[in-house]
Design a protein around this ligand. Structure first.
Ligand SMILES: CC(C)(COP(=O)(O)OP(=O)(O)OC[C@H]1O[C@@H](n2cnc3c(N)ncnc32)[C@H](O)[C@@H]1OP(=O)(O)O)[C@@H](O)C(=O)NCCC(=O)NCCS
Length: 142
């Protein structure tokens, strides 16, 4: 797992925008690289370091807003889905967020059955909802 920290270089931010553009499947609002660059969130990348190009090496991406334990933009490359990697990445993001917070939250679209299955299995509960999405919360030790 690679921690891209913050602030992000233009190169990293552009790569992340492109990754989201390709693999979000309409389940997240794709951020522009400028938004990624300036936002107070840390990006984590699940990668295979036996691969030589960034495109092949990066398997998944997700972000945590450390200040309030909010997780967002968890995406796994299409050809690597269904192998437990989304759950692995999310579990890592939860442990990062839980370092500084006694609860962890994330939004999931109501029609995103795969992500809802994952977060509910990990123990998240619905805290709020709007027309299109649920805000899930997990209480942790902090
Ligand atoms: C959501 C996403 C990150 C899941 O990643 P993944 O690596 O495929 O998920 P995993 O392999 O870790 O799956 C974990 C669980 O979901 C289940 N699952 C995975 N794909 C599934 C599918 N297509 N249909 C039903 N269940 C599925 C697995 O069976 C597993 O459940 P289990 O632990 O009960 O066996 C990935 O599908 C993705 O990037 N989707 C597009 C972007 C997105 O929706 N992001 C979330 C925004 S909130």
């Amino acid at each position: 797992m690679k921690d891209y920290g913050a602030p992000h270089s233009n190169e990293v931010a552009r790569f992340l925008e492109e990754f989201y553009r390709k693999y979000s499947d309409g389940f997240i609002n794709v951020p522009t690289w400028e938004e990624i660059k300036d936002e107070p969130a840390r990006y984590y990348v699940l990668y295979d370091d036996s691969k030589t190009t960034l495109e092949e090496a990066v398997i998944g991406v997700g972000a945590v807003r450390i200040a309030n334990g909010y997780i967002k933009r968890v995406v796994i490359r299409k050809d690597m889905r269904g192998r437990g990697l989304g759950k692995l990445l999310l579990t890592h993001l939860i442990s990062v967020a839980a370092n500084r917070n006694d609860h962890v939250t994330l939004h999931v679209r109501k029609n995103n059955t795969v992500m809802r299955h994952i977060v509910e299995k990990l123990g998240f509960q619905i805290k709020e909802e709007d027309e299109n999405s649920y805000l899930y919360e997990l209480r942790v030790m902090g």
